[in-house]
Every structure is written in structure tokens, then in C-alpha cells.
Design a protein. Structure first.
Length: 187
């Protein structure tokens, strides 16, 4: 049943959930001006159509993507926009700046030759972020902070493994990902 699928907007249309930014009024009003009846009729309409299976007329020629429904030109525009967004990633500078800010470190603290916990962890996080979130390489990060690329690669993997067992580290990783994505979207 679609009501059990949390990733669908169906739950919002039938009144089980709310999704910020989703306006279901127009669609529901097409079924009835009475909200309760509109939701019931909408659910019935959808359930009846599910039994019909896949219908090609609801998908553009690029239906292999099945995540966008609409006219061919609309599907092409949406997919082109999505492809261009995927190519845009945070820069190496953004990663280094955000990591040093999160750990309250100075600009040269990542370069420091010591093994103090905070700079070492910050380097590991920066290495992970370079690997996962940017188009930059370990070599570029290594040159920037005066470390060996293979050491940074190992540090990134160790940090990722630690995050699996340490909710606090996972929270730091998720926080960095969100900060970089937000900063990038606002740019």
C-alpha cells in the first residue's frame, strides 16, 4: 500500500503526513471541494490505477528514468537540470575552510606536524570530505596541508569506519555534509 511508503507524497495527499512546500489543494479539489471526501476519492483513484500497472502514456520517451513524469520536453529539462547540479560540488577551499571552522582551528593548524587529536581528526574529516563530496583529489589536499596523499587516504577510510561505531563522529560527518551542501546551494 502506498500509505506505507514513506518516500512518497501520497501520504500527504491522503492526510497522513505533511511535506513542506507541497500543496495538494489543487489536486484534491479536482476530486471534491470537501477535503475529507477528496482524500478518500483520491486514494480510491490511485489504488484503482495501481492495478492497471505501468502505462506508457504517463512517461516520456526517456521513461527509463521513471522518476520524472510529464511531457518529453519537461522531462528533458528536468533531467538536464539534475545532471548539471550533480556536476557542481564544493571546492577544496570550501572543505578546508568549513573543517577548520568546525574544529575552531587556525588556517595553518591542519599543516601542523603534531599528532594532536583535533588537528588530526580534522585532517581525517577533510580527507573524507574530499573523497566523498568534491572533485578534488587527495594529492591536492596533500599539497594544501603538507601531508602525504596515501596517508590522507588511509585517514579518510579510518574516519569513515569510526563513524560506523561512533554516533558522535557520524554526527560530525553529517554536519559537514549539510554545511557544505547548504553553502554551495546558497552560492
Amino acid at each position: 500500500m502506498l500509505e506505507n511508503y514513506l518516500g512518497s507524497s501520497h501520504r500527504a495527499y491522503v492526510g497522513l503526513d505533511t511535506i513542506p512546500g507541497l500543496s495538494s489543494d489543487y489536486v484534491l479539489f479536482c476530486f471534491s471541494p470537501d477535503l475529507v471526501q477528496a482524500r478518500r476519492l483520491f486514494a480510491g483513484f490511485v489504488n484503482k490505477r495501481i492495478a492497471e500497472g505501468h502505462r506508457d502514456e504517463f512517461y516520456g520517451k526517456r521513461s527509463m528514468y521513471n522518476r520524472v513524469v510529464g511531457e518529453d520536453c519537461f522531462v528533458e529539462d528536468v533531467l538536464r537540470e539534475a545532471d548539471s547540479l550533480r556536476l557542481l560540488k564544493p571546492s577544496l577551499d570550501a572543505v578546508v575552510n568549513e573543517v577548520t571552522s568546525m574544529y575552531n582551528l587556525g588556517g595553518d593548524d591542519l599543516k601542523a606536524a603534531n599528532q594532536k587529536r583535533l588537528p588530526s581528526e580534522a585532517r581525517s574529516l577533510a580527507a573524507w570530505a574530499v573523497l566523498e563530496l568534491t572533485d578534488a583529489s587527495f594529492n591536492q589536499l596533500a599539497e594544501r596541508i603538507g601531508r602525504d596523499a596515501s596517508t590522507l587516504s588511509k585517514a579518510a577510510r579510518r574516519f569513515e569506519i569510526r563513524c560506523q561505531n561512533d554516533p558522535g563522529k557520524k554526527k560530525i560527518m553529517d554536519h559537514l555534509r549539510k554545511k557544505l551542501q547548504l553553502a554551495f546551494l546558497q552560492a
